[in-house]
Design a protein around this ligand. Structure first.
Ligand code: NAD
Length: 480
């Protein structure tokens, strides 16, 4: 069985313990490779390599650092098909999606920060005739980056690229559920010519390798994307050590559809925002609120389209949806469908497993599921399901729409559909979410701040926000 390796001090190495974790292929439900079960000893080696590499990397000319990151981006482009296949096999997502979204975005993340660092500048403030302030922004040291399974290489690179571009060295851990493309990236890092120890990738379980990164005294900042309860645990560990923390956490995003929307566009995009990547995108809208005058028309058209969606082999271009990422996650999502029924919800379509044939007969496939008749305060509407399950609820006016949209503890993203520009502005102002899309969804500009409010996180990624997070500001005030 193929064994992945850690990438420490420029080399691909086995875990110190010699132990491995099973890596499953969601499409078949079978183990297909083994993941290093790293512990604090592997993390210690990685952090000490990163510490040693830091003085040279952080003082290297920006252009030189930028070139290495750009080389990595080019190598991702050259290996795009292979990486997309690996992502699909590891995660269960359709290969067309990995090819058109995940891997191109990982390529773009490195290219974006390779360029951004060349344009990153700091401020100076003239206070009076004889007083000037200037601010420097310098790298900090060893950055710890921990990422989830839903967009594996996409989100992994979204953290490590700005950390490295800013001049920090990195110890990163991808999710143990989907480690394959990070492993393949480590091979490409060697080819790209990263100096030893600058970028280290340690595989393993969250509570072991992940925790060891967060706890390590020489890791000065932690950038984490994952679940809200894991984020709370990480904050409890890191805060007393005064580490810089960026937490991108869970969501329960509202889609608000007003009667004056462009109906066809709202319908088409809502199908996507509900079920793309099997509904396993932190930005997917899972609570769909529809103005009462178009509720039935929208519901019927939506349910009709959802019932036609093809769930199937991730390798097939015909599959709109592939497999859910893991058996425990599959069971969790099915549990929420049962809960929705207990809470009085009506399943309009879906709610059942899909049994495929042959090799795929043990895979974790679920029909996209649409539920109505639930109160906004029930658990189905309050807790993050993170799967192909959405609820529908009518509303009567703008005030009610806003109240419903803001009725959970989360505040990551939101989508508003209306042709009334004033209404769009009023809603965007008052909606409690770090990201508001009006008449679109998942349109991303890498310069914009990305992140959530309330239980969806602390801090922002993207553009200057990321480079500010991965640097320390120092103000120098001179009187002359
Ligand atoms: P998770 O919290 O279980 O794990 C995320 C990562 O943290 C994994 O690499 C895991 O190994 C590691 N980890 C777990 N426990 C740890 C610990 N004690 N110390 C250090 N590291 C630890 O999340 P997941 O199930 O992999 O991902 C799904 C979650 O991620 C969902 O809640 C989703 O909303 C969220 N997410 C958020 C965003 C965002 O940008 N806000 C993006 C994608 C996913």
């Amino acid at each position: 069985m193929f064994k992945l390796k850690n990438y420490i001090n420029g080399e691909l190495v086995d875990p110190v313990s010699g132990e491995y974790i099973d890596n499953y292929q969601p499409a078949t439900g079978k183990v297909y490779s083994l993941i290093p079960r790293s512990n604090e000893r592997d993390v210690e080696q990685a952090v000490s390599a990163a510490k040693e590499a830091y003085p040279k990397w952080s003082s290297m000319r920006t252009e030189k650092r930028s070139k290495i990151l750009q080389r990595l981006s080019d190598l991702i482009e050259q290996n795009l098909d292979e990486l997309a296949l690996a992502e699909s096999k590891d995660n269960g997502k359709p290969v067309w999606l990995a090819k058109s979204v995940d891997i191109p975005r990982a390529r773009d993340n490195f290219a974006f920060f390779a360029s951004a660092i060349k344009h990153f500048a700091s401020e100076s403030h003239r206070t009076s005739d004889s007083i000037i302030n200037f601010t420097t922004r310098t790298p900090i040291g060893v950055a710890g980056c921990v990422s989830p399974w839903n967009l594996p290489l996409y989100l992994f690179s979204w953290k490590v690229a700005p950390a490295l571009a800013a001049g920090n060295t990195v110890v990163a851990k991808p999710s143990e559920v989907t480690p394959m493309t990070a492993y393949k990236l480590s091979e490409l890092c060697i080819e790209a010519g990263f100096p030893k120890g600058v970028f280290n990738i340690v595989h393993g379980l969250g509570g072991e390798a992940g925790n060891a990164i967060v706890e390590h005294k020489d890791v000065k900042m932690v950038s984490f994307t994952g679940g809200t309860s894991t984020g709370a645990h990480i904050a409890r560990t890191a805060a007393p050590m005064f580490k810089k923390l960026s937490l991108e956490l869970g969501g329960k995003n509202p889609n608000v559809i007003f009667a004056d929307c462009d109906f066809d566009k709202a319908l088409k995009t809502t199908l996507n925002s509900s079920f793309a990547n099997q509904g396993q995108i932190c930005l997917c809208g899972s609570r769909i609120y529809i103005e009462r005058s178009i509720y039935e028309k929208f519901r019927d058209a939506f349910v009709h389209e959802v019932s036609q969606m093809v769930v199937g082999d991730p390798m097939s271009d015909q599959s709109r949806m592939g497999a859910l990422v893991s058996k425990p996650h599959f069971e969790k999502v099915k549990g929420y469908i049962e809960l929705a029924k207990e809470e009085g919800g009506t399943i309009l379509t879906g709610g059942v497993e899909v049994k495929l044939e042959g090799e795929l007969s043990e895979g974790w496939y679920l029909r996209p599921t649409v539920i109505e008749g639930l109160h906004e305060q029930c658990r189905t509407n309050q807790e993050e399901i993170f799967g192909p399950v959405v609820t529908l609820q009518p509303f009567d006016n703008e005030e009610e729409a806003l109240r419903l949209a803001n009725s959970t503890g989360y505040g990551l993203a939101s989508t508003i559909w209306t042709q009334d520009i004033s209404k769009a502005h009023r809603m965007a102002d008052k909606i409690e979410a770090g990201i508001v899309w009006v008449n679109c969804w998942l349109v991303r500009d890498l310069r914009t701040p990305f992140g959530g409010m309330k239980n969806s996180g602390v801090g922002r990624e993207g553009g200057w926000e990321a480079l500010k997070f991965f640097t320390e500001a120092k103000n120098v005030c001179i009187k002359y």
